[in-house]
Design a binder for this molecule. Structure first.
Ligand SMILES: Nc1ncnc2c1ncn2[C@@H]1O[C@H](COP(=O)(O)OP(=O)(O)O)[C@@H](O)[C@H]1O
Ligand SMILES: [Mg+2]
Length: 244
């Protein structure tokens, strides 16, 4: 694992984000910086607020307070599609593919989702990055979880995003598949300089991949740093291993 150099500017930052849902504060004062080429893990037990945070970062929710900064600009008010267009890719906890389309049709829809329309070569490039080799006449409905995740990643990567926001990319995968996802993310971050934020509830899954982690519990950041250092912190142990 290489560490991002301290002098490199963040490509993506959250500043003092808070969020109310259903009349309750589910996020309180969340902040972080993500540098180009860095893999930042966000961990926390179920219900900690990880997905809600991604909803703000990707543009589906507006925060109650705080800002989202991308390439030095305040993008807090930008809608989801505009963030995608500018190079912020997002994946979801459940990989939902267009069930009525074939793989080839799904790639075409992704190429033409917004301008500039991309070529088949761009789509092929995205597919190669994630080693997605399924034939184009396969119906998306028939794809297994791993292939679904790869199809969706290929669709993002063909546009060469600068930031990837991933919600539990290992969910539903077996160990060999998780290893392959880790390799892909390592290549994207370390060789292509993409800033990768990975949300995960299983601490051990971030060990081999994250340069740095942020631990959330009940909507707040309770620890951050290198995984090896924070894993034994009392707050983290209490959130994960002890019941009140
Ligand atoms: N749409 C919603 N309306 C009200 N409460 C919600 C909504 N979505 C999530 N929550 C609540 O916000 C908290 C954080 O949820 P979530 O962001 O899904 O956590 P995580 O992804 O860490 O499991 C939970 O207490 C959850 O019940
Ligand atoms: Mg979640």
């Amino acid at each position: 694992m290489t560490k991002a150099s301290p002098h490199i500017e963040a490509v993506f930052s959250a500043k003092s984000l808070s969020l109310d849902l259903g009349g309750r504060e589910v996020l309180t004062n969340i902040g972080f910086d993500l540098k180009p080429g860095e893999v930042l893990g966000i961990i926390g037990p179920n219900g900690a607020g990880k997905t809600s945070l991604l909803e703000i970062l990707s543009g589906r929710y507006q925060p109650k307070t705080g800002k989202v900064i991308y390439e030095g600009k305040d993008i807090t008010k930008l809608p989801l599609f505009e963030r995608a267009r500018r190079g912020i890719g997002r994946t979801y906890q459940t990989p939902i593919v267009p069930e009525d389309l074939t793989v080839g049709e799904a790639f075409k829809a992704a190429r033409q989702a917004f301008r500039p329309w991309l070529t088949r070569f761009d789509a092929e490039y995205g597919a190669q990055l994630v080693n997605f080799i399924t034939t184009h006449d396969t119906h998306c409905a028939r794809l297994k979880t791993f292939e679904r995740r790869k199809l969706l990643m290929a669709n993002l990567l063909m546009r060469q995003p600068k930031v990837l926001l991933m919600d539990e990319p290992a969910a539903g995968l077996i160990n060999a598949e998780i290893d392959e996802i880790d390799q892909i993310l390592r290549m994207l971050s370390k060789e292509m300089n993409v800033g990768v934020l990975i949300v995960e509830h299983r601490i051990e899954l971030l060990e081999s991949i994250a340069d740095r982690v942020i631990v959330m519990d009940a909507g707040e950041v309770i620890a951050q740093g290198e995984l090896a250092d924070i894993i034994n912190s009392p707050a983290v142990r209490a959130a994960y291993f002890e019941t009140a």
